[in-house]
Design a protein around this ligand. Sequence first.
Ligand code: ADP
Ligand code: MG
Length: 329
Amino acid sequence: MSKPMSEFDLIQRYFTRPTPGAVLGVGDDAALLRIPDGMELAVSTDMLVSGTHFFPDAAPYLLGHKTLAVNLSDLAAMGAQPRWATLALSLPQADEAWLRNFSAGFFALAEQHGVELIGGDTTRGPLNLCVTIMGVAPQGAALRRDGAKAGDDIWVSGTLGDAALALAHLQGRIVLAAEELAACAQRLHQPEPRVALGLALRGMAHSAIDVSDGLLADLEHILECSKVGAEVQFEALPRSPAMRSLSPSPSPAGGRGELMQRCLLAGGDDYELCFTAPAARRKEIEDISRQTGLPLARIGVIVAGSGCMVRAADGSVIKIEDSGYDHFR
Ligand code: ADP
Ligand code: MG
């Protein structure tokens, strides 16, 4: 290809797809959307910055996937049905191979979830990827952070800390065997947003959040919003085979045990859902786990008070130094 692409060619070629679910999609000064009667619109924005959220040379297909996945994860946590997204891109140059792969990764996941790209913005600058996602939930049905009640079970989906393990490997802090690395890298680069779980939890969970910054940091948001405390059983935290291979003995003491503890409790990029629900709902929640094919682990209980206490198998309290990722600390 010879002549450099214009901004409008780029948008037309890589980011314009049919949008039957919108009144008007890409190409005008704004998109037009109709919210079905009786529904509320859930809107969330998440930005991925080169050097902060991903390595500058990250594979563009996976970046396209992840840019949308982290946003879908927020809608999952709200129990909202994903519908539309906008994409704001800042790119150092119009690299066609990069754009082709990025948009392929983005649209593959979008199609899987019935999300239509209805607009965005494209500028030249440092690589920066920002999606605003929109979804719908029946009025009053969205899952929120402020509904947890003392006595609720605390649940978490999937397994924790795998993306953080992959990162520790990439940074040379541990060495994972090939098979385990592959599994953890998949979790880091191609997270699967738990949308079906979020939808199934409507009317069932009292509160929910997606685990993006680390379990304890994110659970703490539920606790603060709901004005309650929590007790978490360390042994109940769901572990992948890679995580289990790290420390055969259950007691987290020094070295690899300490790393395992940090990854499980405070590792970022899990994109699992943490939610609370009354004990009376246990059976239904186990049914949801079977229906969605997603393991759900009961990891503790909500208590009166504030803060989160983590207990070891022998009942002793585990001291936590680092509860999760914070961009400004
Ligand atoms: P304006 O100058 O009115 O802000 P733009 O030139 O930025 O419009 O965008 C033209 C159209 O293309 C708009 O409908 C906008 O939403 C859409 N658009 C721009 N960038 C993207 C992108 N990366 N993905 C999808 N749509 C985009
Ligand atoms: Mg614009």
